[in-house]
Design a protein around this ligand. Structure first.
Ligand code: NAD
Length: 261
């Protein structure tokens, strides 16, 4: 495999699970040095082990932090710079799904919680990482949006608002920072089998969630969930120099679901 990330510093939020962990493993296999951020210390420890297994000797910094807390965001950026002195690529990815309810039953506190993590967390990451990339005159960012950020899914007021917001932030900051040699893109995944989706299926049908999953993907053109490794492959491409003229846009990865009539 080509080594697109030899010695590059890749900073990943939500690095303790799912898409963040799969991306960490993927770019480590291509030579990256890693800074992994997550609210879950245990998740970070598991990710560090997964990276060590896949790419022994990879430098891995782990920082336990809440992406919705600006002091924590300053701290994870400072810790990354202290260890490596730079950031080449930033996967601004941490997020939660939140409770599913129709709008009239959607809790106002729940709305604010989901928006704080999924939208404000992404904004704070951009606010504190983009100046580092501007100063360097290079760097790439991938924000994690969702199909729920470009289409109506239902029962997800907070998530929909936040993820549509992430698509907007991506357009905005890509336009602002392109002149400095910095690109900002987003991904819009459909249903990818991670702990988040498993928890979501358990919310829909606690007894029979595996069957609920089969029903769920029976309407996908590809009749299956996506795999975290498939998303990691897209993210690695978007973070690499191969995607150097892709900016301010969102790339969908959903097996064709959102294009289906
Ligand atoms: P996941 O639950 O496996 O991983 C999310 C990680 O984010 C967890 O390790 C969690 O501890 C961390 N996290 C949560 N809140 C945090 C906070 N406040 N500060 C720091 N870390 C925090 O889920 P995933 O599927 O890997 O999700 C990653 C991203 O992908 C999320 O933004 C999610 O909305 C998005 N996404 C996932 C899917 C999917 O089908 N899996 C689809 C579309 C979008």
């Amino acid at each position: 495999m080509s080594e697109r990330f030899t010695d590059k510093v890749v900073l990943i939020t939500g690095g303790g699970s799912g898409l963040g962990r799969a991306t960490a493993v993927r770019v480590a296999g291509e030579g990256a040095r890693l800074a992994l951020v997550d609210i879950s210390e245990e998740g970070l420890a598991q990710s560090a082990r997964a990276v060590e297994e896949a790419a022994p000797g990879t430098p891995v910094l782990t920082v336990t932090a809440d992406v919705s807390d600006e002091a924590d965001v300053r701290r994870y950026v400072a810790a990354t710079l202290q260890k490596y002195g730079r950031v080449d690529a930033f996967f601004n990815n941490a997020g939660i799904e939140g409770k599913q309810n129709p709008t009239e039953d959607f809790g106002s506190d729940e709305f604010r919680r989901v928006v704080a993590i999924n939208l404000e967390g992404v904004f704070l990451g951009l606010k504190h990482v983009l100046p580092v990339l501007r100063e360097q005159g290079s760097g790439s960012v991938v924000n994690t949006a969702s199909v729920g950020g470009i289409r109506g899914v239902g029962n997800q007021s907070g998530y929909a608002a936040a993820k549509h917001g992430v698509v907007g932030l991506t357009r905005n900051s890509g336009v602002e920072y392109g002149a400095y040699g910095v690109t900002v893109k987003a991904i819009a995944p459909g249903a990818i089998m991670t702990p988040m989706v498993e928890a979501s299926l358990k919310q829909m049908d606690p007894e029979n969630w595996e069957e609920a999953g089969r029903q769920f993907v029976s309407v996908n053109p590809m009749r299956r969930f996506g795999r975290p490794e498939e998303v990691a492959s897209l993210v690695a491409f978007l973070l690499s120099d191969e995607a150097s003229f892709i900016n301010a846009t969102t790339v969908t990865i959903d097996g064709g679901q959102s294009e289906k009539y």
